[in-house]
Write a protein that binds this ligand. Sequence first.
Ligand code: SF4
Length: 327
Amino acid sequence: MNAFAYTRAADVATALREIAGDGAARFIAGGTNLIDLMKENVERPHRLIDISRLPLRLVEPTPDGGMRLGALASNTDVAYHPEIERRYPLLSQAILAGASPQLRNMASIGGNLMQRTRCAYFYDTATSCNKRAPGTGCSAVTGFNRYHAILGMSEHCIAVHPSDMCMALAALDAVVHVTGAGGDRAIPLTEFHRLPDDRPELDTNKRPDELITAVALPPEGFPQHHAYVKVRDRASYAFALVSVAAALRIDGGVIVEARLALGGVAHRPWRDRAAEASLRGERASRAAFERVAETLLRDARGFADNAFKIALAKRAIVRAFTQAAAR
Ligand code: SF4
């Protein structure tokens, strides 16, 4: 690990001023991903700006009937918040499917959004990786790619986004609030993370000098019909091979609205609104769910070690929608 300077910001304005004047500095909150990356020399910031004491921890209702999650609220505090459990149980389930209790206690909501891929080559500085060192190549394309993307990848990077929480936020149409020198911005969660294209070093559409302040949940939380299905190599403390955040609104056995975000398959949570819309007016049935799964995976492509994910994702979608409908 390289030597680095450390400062603690007392307020948001100070944090923004410090990052604006130093392009090689990084914000740190829980540190559950960044410190690992620094130990491995993947990230080498020369200064850390500690934002963990900023007043961004509140989880509170919003005037429109939704909820606002402060960017520094811990994953644990959000998952077990009574209003989140009652009104947004899909989000609680997804958060609790990730990491370990100790990590969830430390990890912040903003940090969860910003966590980086777990591609093994990204962490191994002896290998080529366009995300870590742009222009060096992608070792995973011809290497071990069991955990990699089947949708939305490019020749430059086939990594996947690792978060469970973000799949639920994507399905719920959450909005990320950021602030920076250019003012405040609201970014839909589904547009917050990028596909790799020819710039895989960029994970998100947040600018480096912007600070995440909150995540806003709309009023509709699908408390009656929802499911988070996560398929992984071991029962706990593992990243998803495939995950599905599914939500339905059903009236008289007929689907009024369907939402689905796929995880473990792409560089960002994968939504397909046309496929979701095709379920409207359908009766909740295995046949309808199989049809939408086929549609969602129509452009999927596997590599040497991960082609199994295509069939796995289809089955996970059917299982998630079936569980959601049955609740
Ligand atoms: Fe790097 Fe992406 Fe290739 Fe992994 S998949 S080696 S993160 S460029």
